[in-house]
Every structure is written in structure tokens, then in C-alpha cells.
Write a protein that binds this ligand. Structure first.
Ligand code: NCD
Length: 308
């Protein structure tokens, strides 16, 4: 595998290979010194043209646990502000001798474009509304890590589906693994041609909750909205927010997940964040493990990969 751009590029076998490799990485992460020489001598560049807390630090931690060198590029303090193009920027970074480039960009398709220019492996860390494959992989790993079987698992993805690259990648990953995915949102937050997605649709969170095994909440993505798509955030919370009353309707064995960053009081009430079913920090921890697996398979496999 040279690049990781979308879940569709991976297919079920590709997802399974990453899950199994992530088990080995979880074992490494649990050691007193969670570091192995597998990618020693390799350089991983992270190029983030959009804000990030989790994804960037997670990839960086993953690369360091595999002993790769990490080169950090931040668009906001770079010559992009002087008008340098994406292609020139990528070629400049690649000329320093990098083995993988991690790209986050506000434009859908930017990582695929970079992959066509670069000889190095390209990993998509989120592009526009399009895809966020490592988020979907860490979410799938988190569910699998709880011992849940994807076959027939009822997953409800709630909120701003239309602007969410996380939703698109998670729909692909969960449905490929055999889950039943339901999108729960007001019509204004669903994308056009929603029927083309491998998911059913509901406009009522209350109707869906009792049958839900995994409740996956999304952030309201204000920065991507050019018009008011809900009457008010308070109104949204009343109809689609996970309130303490709604949490009672969810089965005791259900998992509550969120990719972060969370808007407390909008998609989830502050009181529910401490519910024992919430797996948000497990998602973060598993993000490192899964990104170690991806880096190992993509960068290590080009050169045989070092020992774990
Ligand atoms: C998401 C993203 O940036 O796509 N966050 C993340 O990577 N964990 C979701 C979001 O911004 O709401």
C-alpha cells in the first residue's frame, strides 16, 4: 500500500489488516517504554493546512513510537502565506527526503492530488467534507476493542452529516464491516443524494435510541456552514442533543462516541460526558495505536519494516 486516501481504497481486507496490525501496536503501546525501532531512519512530514489538535498530535506520537523522525509543517506560519502553491510546497518538503506525508486540507481531493505528485506515501488526515480514513479506522478499532461484532451492529451517526468527512468515512468503514448505519439529522444537515450512501436515514433521535448499539455524535461544523441550517443551536440541542433523558433511552450496553472536538451543550449535555458508556478518550488512545499500524504498513512495507 503506497497511500491511504479513503476507506474505499482499502476494502474489507485492508481494514482487517490494519486492525490486526493495530493489536500488535497496542501491545507495544502498553510496554513500559512504548517505542520500537520499526521506522528508524524514516522521516514522516505532517502538512496541516487546517486546524487540528487530535489528528496531528496523534500521528506525531504514532511516528515517534515507531522511531521515525517527524517534520512538522504548519501552513499558518509558512510561505503559503506568501502565495506558494500546494505543489511547490509539497515538492519543497519532499526534496528534504521524506518517506511519508500526512496531509490535512480544506479542499476535498487535495491529498489525492498530492499523492499524484509525490513519490513519498501520502496519508489523508482529513480533506474538506470528503474523507478522514484514519478517524474511521480508529473508531472501528474502538468498537472491535470492546468485543463487539460488526455483523448486524446498529450504529447511529447523529448530527451535521452534510459537512462531515468523518461521517462519510465512517459510513464506508462500518457498512463494509457489516454494521447497519442510520444517519440521524434534520433534513438541512443531510447531504444531497443521501440515498446513495450505505445508510438509512431518520429525523428522530428519540425513535432510534432504544435500538442503538453505538451512538456516534458529530460536531456542528459552524466553520463550514455558509447559512443557518438549524433555527438555533439551542433548538438543535433540544431535538438532536444527547441529554440525560435521552441517555436513559439508550441501552445499558451501548457505546457513546464522538470524534472531537466536542461542543458541550450542543451535541452532548455536559452531564452526559461522564456517562460510563462514553468512549471518547479510548478513541483518542486508539488513534495513536491505529496510526502506528497505518504508518508501519505504509512506510515500513516499502522497505521490509523493522522489528516490533
Ligand atoms: C474531526 C475533523 O477535523 O474532521 N475531528 C477530528 O479529526 N478528530 C471532526 C470535526 O472537526 O468536527
Amino acid at each position: 500500500m503506497k497511500d491511504l486516501l479513503t476507506i474505499a481504497d482499502l476494502g474489507k481486507d485492508g481494514i482487517d489488516e490494519i486492525m490486526v496490525t493495530a493489536d500488535a501496536m497496542a501491545e507495544v503501546s502498553a510496554r513500559p517504554i512504548p517505542k520500537v525501532p520499526a521506522l528508524r531512519g524514516k522521516t514522516v512530514a505532517s502538512m496541516f493546512f487546517e486546524d487540528s489538535t487530535r489528528t496531528r498530535t496523534s500521528f506525531e506520537t504514532a511516528a515517534k513510537r515507531l522511531s521515525a523522525d517527524v517534520l512538522n509543517f504548519s501552513a499558518s506560519s509558512s510561505s503559503v502565506n506568501k502565495g506558494e502553491s500546494l505543489r511547490d510546497t509539497v515538492e519543497t518538503i519532499e526534496a528534504m527526503g521524506v518517506d511519508a506525508i500526512i496531509v490535512r486540507h480544506r479542499s476535498s481531493g487535495a491529498p489525492r492530488q498530492v499523492a499524484q505528485w509525490a513519490k513519498a506515501s501520502v496519508l489523508n488526515a482529513g480533506d474538506g467534507w470528503h474523507a478522514h480514513p484514519t478517524q474511521a479506522l480508529l473508531d472501528a478499532y474502538t468498537i472491535r476493542d470492546e468485543g463487539r461484532d460488526f455483523d448486524g451492529l446498529n450504529v447511529a451517526i447523529v448530527g451535521d452529516i452534510s459537512h462531515s468527512r468523518v461521517a462519510r468515512s465512517n459510513i464506508e468503514a462500518f457498512s463494509t464491516l457489516g454494521a447497519n448505519v442510520t444517519l440521524v439529522a434534520p433534513p438541512t444537515l443531510l447531504p444531497p443524494h443521501v440515498e446513495a450512501l450505505e445508510a438509512s436515514v431518520s429525523h428522530s433521535l428519540d425513535a432510534v435510541l432504544p435500538e442503538t448499539d453505538v451512538l456516534y455524535l458529530l460536531r456542528m461544523q459552524h466553520e463550514r456552514m455558509d447559512q443557518a441550517l438549524v433555527p438555533s443551536l439551542h433548538e438543535y440541542h433540544r431535538s438532536f442533543g444527547l441529554t440525560p433523558d435521552r441517555a436513559k433511552q439508550l441501552p445499558a450496553s451501548a457505546l457513546i462516541m464522538h470524534p472531537g472536538p466536542m461542543n458541550r451543550g450542543i451535541e452532548i449535555s455536559p452531564e452526559v460526558i461522564d456517562d460510563s458508556r462514553v468512549r471518547v478518550l479510548n478513541q483518542v488512545a486508539n488513534g495513536v495505536t491505529v496510526r502506528m499500524a497505518v504508518l508501519y504498513l505504509v512506510v515500513g512495507s516499502n522497505s521490509g519494516g523493522g522489528a516490533l
